[in-house]
Ligand binder design. Structure first.
Ligand code: CA
Length: 228
């Protein structure tokens, strides 16, 4: 079930949107301010963001900029018609699409589905991930380091794939836990994650005590460091 964050301050709109999204099988969280949206993004992972531009404590663009520092999650802006001139800027800073109020709910739903489809395709198309001398053969679930086979557990493998799909991106511990939980179905807690990371480093780093690929970002999480 795709998880959507709706950022909108207009109560009359929220109600209809929330109902319609849920009816279409989406899980929906609602934030009504920039501040609430940022807080929600820190604690949950979303498949798509629907962001109103005019919010009580700022602009939807502020949220988009912030999100794009760490994530490629699809973003659709909800704009009033007099804001339409701004939309080029919105797309420049990383928005994927926009829809002008008042809009037909059907139209919004089909845009959402299109973006989710595209996001899934771009994640699932590659058959191989490769960086830092490490190659993951996705079809065979095999990992090679400098052409030598590396034996990973299922959890270590998922963790490695997650990092390699998001090079040079800070993945917070919460995002990692959400993703591992989603794909594995079994519960992973913070300490377990630290253990996974240590074991993964022992298998893929040249010097596991001084990692250069899988870096710790203090207070936040980890980053797969790829030097071009
Ligand atoms: Ca508004």
């Amino acid at each position: 079930m795709s998880h959507i964050l709706l950022v909108e301050d207009d109560l009359s709109l929220i109600e209809g949107l929330e109902f319609s999204l849920m009816k279409n099988g989406f899980r929906v969280d609602v934030a009504r301010t920039v501040k609430d949206a940022i807080a929600a993004l820190k604690t949950s992972s979303y498949d798509l963001l629907l962001i109103d531009l005019g919010l009580p404590d700022g602009s939807g663009f502020d949220i988009c900029r912030k999100v794009r520092q760490t994530s490629n999650v699809p973003i659709i802006f909800l704009t009033a018609s007099d804001e339409e001139v701004n939309i080029v800027m919105g797309l420049d800073i990383g928005g994927d699409d926009y829809i002008t109020k008042p809009f037909k709910l059907n139209e919004l739903i089909s845009r959402i589905k299109a973006l989710l489809r595209r996001a899934r395709l771009s994640e699932s198309t590659p058959t191989e991930l490769s960086s830092n001398g490490i190659t993951v053969k996705l079809l065979e679930s095999r990992v090679l380091k400098n052409n030598r086979e590396v034996e990973l557990t299922a959890a270590e493998y998922r963790l490695l794939c997650l990092f390699m799909r998001h090079p040079n991106t800070v993945l917070t511990r919460q995002v990692i836990l959400d993703r591992l939980w989603d794909s594995g179905g079994s519960f992973v807690d913070n300490n377990t994650l630290s253990v996974y990371v240590r074991r993964l480093r022992e298998k893929i780093e040249d010097d596991p005590d001084n990692p250069v690929f899988l870096l710790t970002v203090r207070g936040l999480g980890y980053r797969w460091n790829v030097r071009e």
